[in-house]
Design a protein. Structure first.
Length: 208
């Protein structure tokens, strides 16, 4: 297994188009996962691969029909409610399948990616490796087990500026802004409620 090709380097599948593969891009919030996904998909297009991207319907932060970065870089994408619809909506002749926010999909995403790879498709999935509690988020843990390539990305801690691999969820209530409690909901879409944190500054009140 390869642990990431390094920033701005081509993934290996662009140079071997006869076998399917699963490529996982993961990390905390604000670690440029979607930027990297879009970059890879564009490189695949330049290399004459036919590309189709998907995103979960639940993620409506910056539009329904595109993958978007915080810098407003966009790539066309098909929104789907559940993982099985990726196969249903896959267009003929597609060779590279991009999937953003894999953490929001149901667990069937793992089998869908395996099926696509068996069909000779190259699947590139970007998503959070853990939720704000520091626990495996949706299917991302199992996808890393199945991946042929894994690219782990880091952000910068919003408190100290050091490398960050954790996602901090913040709650605004009558007392101001506080870290989310362990028992608070996992999915609340909106990047303004999250920060990247290093291990030292990552807080999970009420965790046993």
């Amino acid at each position: 297994m390869s642990i990431g090709p390094g920033p701005d380097r081509d993934p290996e599948f662009l140079h071997q188009n006869n076998e399917g593969s699963i490529y996982v891009i993961t990390g905390s919030m604000f670690s440029s996962k979607s930027d990297r996904l879009i970059w890879i998909l564009r490189q695949a297009e330049y290399a004459r691969f036919r590309v189709q991207a998907f995103k979960p319907e639940v993620d409506v932060r910056r539009g329904n029909d595109t993958i978007n970065t915080f810098d407003q870089v966009k790539f066309p994408a098909t929104s789907v409610e559940k993982a099985s619809q990726i196969l249903e909506k896959l267009e003929d002749g597609v060779q590279v399948v991009g999937i953003d926010e894999g953490n929001f999909f149901d667990m069937e995403l793992v089998d869908i990616c395996k099926t696509l790879a068996r069909l000779g498709k190259h699947v590139v999935v970007a998503g959070l490796h853990s939720d704000f509690k520091g626990e495996t988020f949706g299917p991302m843990g199992l996808l890393q087990v199945e991946a042929d390539y894994i690219e782990r990305r880091q952000a910068r801690c919003s408190v100290c500026g050091k490398p960050a691999s954790k996602t901090q969820r913040l709650i605004r209530d009558e007392n101001g802004i506080r870290p989310a409690y362990y028992e608070d909901p996992v999915v609340v879409v909106g990047e303004e409620q999250y920060e990247a944190r290093c291990r030292h500054h990552h807080e999970i009140p009420h965790r046993k």
